[in-house]
Write a protein that binds this ligand. Structure first.
Ligand SMILES: [Zn+2]
Length: 395
């Protein structure tokens, strides 16, 4: 099905708005599949046969117009931008990485990393970790599940209900255990487990790297601190997850600050300057700009407007696939939202606040492969030195 737009609508279909349409579509129109956008129209396909095409077309057009209206006022301010002239046309490294057995796709958006890819993964992570430790961070290790109540307290479920993954044990009932014992042997359905065998969904997979830190600090009085951790994060993606640009399981090197607001701002800006300098050294095309968390439903929209008004979130975007950009890092000033939500105790007149920086190591590395090519021996000298690439290829 093709939906045509007038010029005005077409001009407003910016990538950020298309992303919202793409992410929301399956929740509002389960029978439609977003295909692509061409010059003056947007192309959808029907998953199942549909009776009232005209009505859906009308509803869809009003959904698109409303999304444009809601989000078109968002402005992104670029803080740093770097473009090197050296890079040739970018080539997709995905097929090479698969063929070379450096990555293996286990499932939608879930990968195993091996050989040079895994060595570079640790090299990049170590570089960021060392920088954090240089600034006074101590390293912590977090579990990969959090309490579901944490998703509620932190307002994650208000902003991103579509990405949550809930975890449940089996019911504490020996009949259920027996059922599970024989499940897949007697049943034809080997794909999943029926809901009636599940216990309480009071745990969730960690969707964002700093939640275990706030769980740990709940109702406690913490000293000023900077901590860092490499966290396996998870988010459910209903729409296409192709290659490594959209992942359902990914790794984030997180740096968390608990300090005076002024010091948190200084820390955020110092790390921003450091990554800026590093990427210029490595001859990488990138930008750092203001950002909003991906938004969903009406409450999310309020968060978006608040964030952009206060410059609370910045993103590090690396070029890949010609003119496209992929977010590989974010700088977040939480103000007192999370410390209040988790009831951090303080005797101070103005309690300390929190902030965090997260680098998505998988996507960061993927973007480096896009920009610098599949032969890591040919990468610029300075990145080879920083990531110790000569040692990686020899070992
Ligand atoms: Zn965080």
């Amino acid at each position: 099905m093709i939906i045509k737009f007038n010029k005005e609508v077409n001009n407003n279909l910016k990538p950020a708005i298309l992303k919202v349409i793409r992410e929301n579509l399956p929740y509002y129109f389960p029978n439609l599949k977003f295909i692509r956008i061409s010059r003056s129209c947007i192309i959808f396909d029907f998953i199942k046969k549909i009776k009232n095409k005209k009505l859906i077309q009308k509803k869809l057009l009003s959904f698109i117009n409303k999304t444009i209206l809601d989000y078109s006022s968002l402005k992104y301010k670029i803080l740093y931008k770097h473009k090197t002239i050296k890079q040739k046309k970018l080539k997709n490294p995905f097929e090479f990485l698969i063929k070379n057995n450096q990555i293996n796709q286990n499932d939608r958006g879930k990968f195993v990393y091996r050989k040079n890819f895994s060595k570079l993964f640790f090299a990049l992570d170590t570089l960021i970790k060392k920088e954090a430790i240089k600034h006074g961070a101590t390293e912590e290790i977090y579990p990969s599940t959090i309490k579901t109540s944490t998703l509620i307290k932190s307002k994650y479920l208000k902003s991103f209900p579509q990405h949550a993954y809930f975890v449940a044990p089996s019911k504490v009932d020996q009949k259920i255990l027996k059922k599970l014992n024989n499940y897949g042997v007697n049943s034809k359905n080997k794909k999943g487990i029926p809901n009636n065998v599940l216990g309480q969904l009071d745990h969730s997979l960690c969707p964002s790297a700093c939640y275990p830190f706030f769980e740990a600090g709940e109702n406690k009085e913490l000293p000023i601190q900077m901590v860092t951790s490499l966290v396996n994060c998870h988010r459910f993606e209903v729409s296409d997850v192709k290659h490594l640009q959209r992942l359902q399981s990914y790794w984030v090197r997180e740096i968390i600050f608990y300090n005076k607001l002024k010091n948190n701002q200084k820390n955020l800006s110092n790390f921003m300057k450091w990554i800026n300098k590093t990427l210029v050294r490595w001859e990488i095309n990138f930008e750092i700009s203001t950002a909003n968390d991906p938004f969903f439903l009406d409450v999310g929209r309020k968060v978006v407007k608040f964030q952009s008004a206060q410059n609370l979130k910045h993103e590090l975007l690396l070029n890949y696939n010609n003119n496209k950009k992929i977010a590989v890092g974010s700088f977040n000033n939480h103000l007192n939202h999370l410390t209040n939500a988790f009831k951090f105790k303080s005797k101070r007149k103005i309690p300390h606040t929190s902030a965090c920086i997260g680098f998505g190591i998988d996507r960061f590395l993927y973007a480096l492969f896009w920009q610098l090519g599949i032969n890591i021996n040919k990468w610029p000298k300075k990145i080879k030195k920083d990531l110790k690439i000569n040692q990686i290829t020899k070992s």
